[in-house]
Design a protein around this ligand. Structure first.
Ligand SMILES: Nc1nc2c(ncn2[C@@H]2O[C@H](COP(=O)(O)OP(=O)(O)OP(=O)(O)O)[C@@H](O)[C@H]2O)c(=O)[nH]1
Ligand SMILES: [Mg+2]
Ligand SMILES: [Zn+2]
Length: 345
């Protein structure tokens, strides 16, 4: 071997230094490479980058300053445009303005994961296929109540129902109407009730939440007829080859208002909330709460439980009461699971 030829080890070292240089260059913008500080809104959050939209509607992919903890869709940020693109990145986000509110969900690894910020309305999307789950609607409602953000419940894929089945799901939705939530029956396939949905979305920023496959992205495609770039990678969770959304993204609707599409969650517990926050998430419990015989009433078989009595009198729906206990139980289970997982790491 000629002396001038590099050994494999040397070659590897050079290559790895080369990589280091690239990634260093990527994160370390020199001050004189960056323009004036501007304001913008985060419209998509990727693993390492975020897309920022200017007031003029231009979108730039940005790095995040390492000191920034968690940048999410909906964040108002200050950022600076670079004088050239580095590795496809146009600028850098320097700071996040204080958030009006944030929508969070529990996350096994990070504790609580903020999904989006500065939200005016949460649209809980459920569907009749695979099945309509009131338990999942209740979970989301507890999160909405805890964040103090108004909720709208929509039921998609009603095109799949017979007349008889329609009447049955109407009755289920009536449980929520009775306690003051508005509901809509929709079909992204036939366009049923899309005008009514449009009307709800015309102001402020709304977010679609709901399990994977309920049709959130399909509904957005209906609302934005020209936009067909919504489907993400092929789902590796189900292996069924459906397209699943992998990053939240904010869209501007033609009739006004913004709408965020979010990736579906398969299952989530509510261990990040205290039991009393779950109880507070049931709005129809509030007027009788505090009148139970015992102050530490668990609202189960405890004697003199005012909530159970209200259920017996037909004032509180028994399905909601049952779901409440399931939520409390699953909270405790997922909490202990989490402890196991954290210790495991
Ligand atoms: N029959 C019927 N099928 C629908 C309707 N809306 C959506 N679908 C189908 O449901 C499947 C899932 O739709 P998506 O829009 O990808 O669901 P998603 O909620 O965005 O799912 P994630 O991105 O994984 O969270 C697709 O095969 C759609 O064609 C509808 O109104 N009726
Ligand atoms: Mg989707
Ligand atoms: Zn009680």
């Amino acid at each position: 071997m000629s002396k001038r030829r590099l050994t494999q080890n040397q070659q590897r070292r050079i290559q790895s230094n080369h990589h280091k240089k690239i990634s260093k260059k990527e994160v370390e913008w020199q001050d004189d490479m960056l323009g004036e500080v501007q304001q913008g809104v985060v419209v998509t959050r990727h693993a390492k980058h975020a897309d920022v939209e200017t007031e003029q509607g231009e979108i730039y992919r940005c790095n995040l300053r390492r000191t920034l903890k968690n940048v999410v869709v909906g964040d108002q940020v200050s950022w600076r445009l670079g004088n050239e693109q580095l590795q496809g990145i146009s600028g850098v986000i320097e700071a996040i303005y204080p958030r009006k509110n944030e929508l969070s969900r529990p996350d096994y690894y990070d504790g609580i994961k903020v999904m989006a910020s500065n939200i005016d309305q949460i649209i809980i999307v459920s569907a009749v296929l695979p099945t309509l789950s009131l338990n999942i609607i209740d979970r989301y409602l507890v999160i909405c109540e805890a964040a103090n953000i108004p909720a709208l419940i929509v039921l998609n894929k009603v095109d799949l129902l017979s007349e008889e089945e329609r009447q049955a799901v109407k009755k289920q939705l009536a449980i929520y109407e009775k306690i003051g939530y508005e509901t809509l029956m929709l079909s992204a396939d036939t366009g049923e009730n899309m005008e009514a949905l449009h009307a709800y979305l015309r102001q402020g920023t709304s977010i679609f939440v709901g399990q994977s496959g309920v049709g959130k992205s399909s509904l957005i495609n209906q609302l934005l007829p020209e936009n067909n770039a919504l489907t993400g990678a092929v789902s590796d969770v189900s292996g069924l080859g459906q397209h699943t959304t992998t990053a939240s993204r904010l869209y501007h609707l033609p009739l006004g208002g913004n709408l965020i599409d979010s990736p579906g969650i398969r299952e989530f517990g509510l261990w990040h909330l205290e039991p009393n926050q779950i109880t507070d998430g049931y709005r129809e419990f509030q007027s009788v709460l505090g009148t139970c015989k015992f102050r530490d009433c668990k609202h189960g078989s405890d004697p003199g439980c005012a909530i159970r009595e209200a259920v017996e009198k037909g004032e509180i729906d028994p399905i909601r009461f049952e779901n409440y206990h399931r939520l409390i139980e699953s909270r405790n289970e997922s909490k202990s699971q989490r402890h196991f997982r954290t210790e495991d790491l």
